[in-house]
Design a protein around this ligand. Structure first.
Ligand SMILES: [Fe+2]
Length: 344
């Protein structure tokens, strides 16, 4: 099977997992439920089409399929946003209008059975491309869980499916929910002028905000096609500061393995010092250096590896290098390094 068709199969599975997640965790009105059903049919259809493609057909059909799948993906991202917003009554009107738009753009799925539908290589890492909604600021209390940019089993054998399900579906979702609660409570406090519980909500804000943002970087910084070594300017910067890629990797692995208890190892660019650095964070918020931009983050909380590796964090760390998505890290570096403060 050609690589793109395989990406498409993964993508189809990713979509269906998202639908399952939504059905389990969200209360959708009838209209959204109907659209969800259509998306489910589309993802299933795309998976079926992909599994039938052999290398002789692929050349003719792939480009059309790729375009179609990109459209579906964009509509689905939009739908996910709406599904989150639908929990708020005030947003219902906008939701209905936008949902209608979304459905108008998408032709009836059932009629498309004969239309070839496949996914381009970039589809396998949608998270690496900022979703459309990223252009708009997130209002207080309205953070949403970013879709996992690949199927839950896509990182096997390095990270198992069950871990990914719990980690993304349950734990990251909880950070999002609790961050939203903290932001709403702080908004209420601003309104009432009662800041009696400010210490508590500030802690919640830091803990859950750091958890949400770091996990949001963590998912797309891995890829089923990851591994290898960085290239371009990021590779040069690593060599310049750490001496070599191997020296950098050794220090990063050691730092990750030696974090006391739960935490993270994070490759950062310092706009102040104008060089890269490797930092560790105990839990999320302790020992954090705030004037930095995370580029590559490795989650070494037990939940990230325990089912597959038990207490062998070092094996997990070592294997994790096989799935690092360097182009994503490079992209972050290219953007982040443009930010430079006055050096002191
Ligand atoms: Fe985590």
């Amino acid at each position: 099977m050609v690589e793109e068709a395989k990406n498409l199969l993964d993508w189809s599975q990713w979509g269906r997992q998202w639908i399952e997640h939504l059905r389990r965790h969200k209360t959708l009105n009838r209209e959204l439920e109907r659209h969800l059903h259509k998306f489910e049919e589309t993802f299933t259809l795309i998976g079926r089409q992909a599994s039938k493609l052999d290398s002789t057909q692929a050349g003719d059909e792939l480009p059309t399929l790729i375009t179609r799948a990109e459209q579906v993906q964009e509509q689905f991202h939009h739908f996910l946003r709406l599904a989150q917003l639908s929990e708020d009554e005030h947003m219902e009107q906008e939701m209905r209008e936008s949902a209608q738009e979304s459905i108008n753009v998408q032709p009836a799925v059932a009629e498309e059975v004969q239309v070839p539908v496949v996914v381009p290589a970039p589809i396998s890492y949608p998270g690496a491309r900022e979703p459309v909604r990223a252009a708009r600021p997130v209002p207080a209390g309205r953070h949403t869980l970013p879709p996992l940019p690949y199927a839950y089993n896509a990182l096997e054998p390095y990270i198992d499916e069950a871990t990914m399900q719990i980690h993304h579906n349950k734990l990251h979702q909880k950070y999002v929910d609790d961050l939203n609660t903290a932001e709403r409570k702080l908004a209420e406090a601003r309104e009432s002028g009662n800041f009696e519980l400010i210490r508590h909500w500030e802690r919640e804000l830091a803990f859950n905000g750091a958890g949400h943002y770091l996990h949001t970087i963590f998912w797309p910084a891995m890829s089923p096609n990851g591994g290898g070594t960085p290239s371009g300017d990021l590779a040069a910067a690593i060599n310049r500061y750490f001496g070599s890629y191997n020296a950098f990797r050794r220090q990063f692995s050691q730092a990750a393995e030696k974090v006391e208890g739960p935490g993270w190892a994070i490759l950062v660019w310092s706009p102040r010092a104008h060089h890269l650095e490797i930092l560790t964070a105990e839990k999320h918020q302790n020992l954090s250096q705030w004037d930095v931009i995370p580029l590559l983050a490795l989650d070494v909380w037990e939940h990230a590896y325990f089912l597959g590796y038990q207490t062998q964090r070092d094996k997990y760390v070592e294997n994790w290098w096989n799935i690092v998505n360097w182009p994503y890290v490079e992209e972050r570096y290219e953007k982040a390094r443009k930010l430079r403060w006055e050096p002191y």
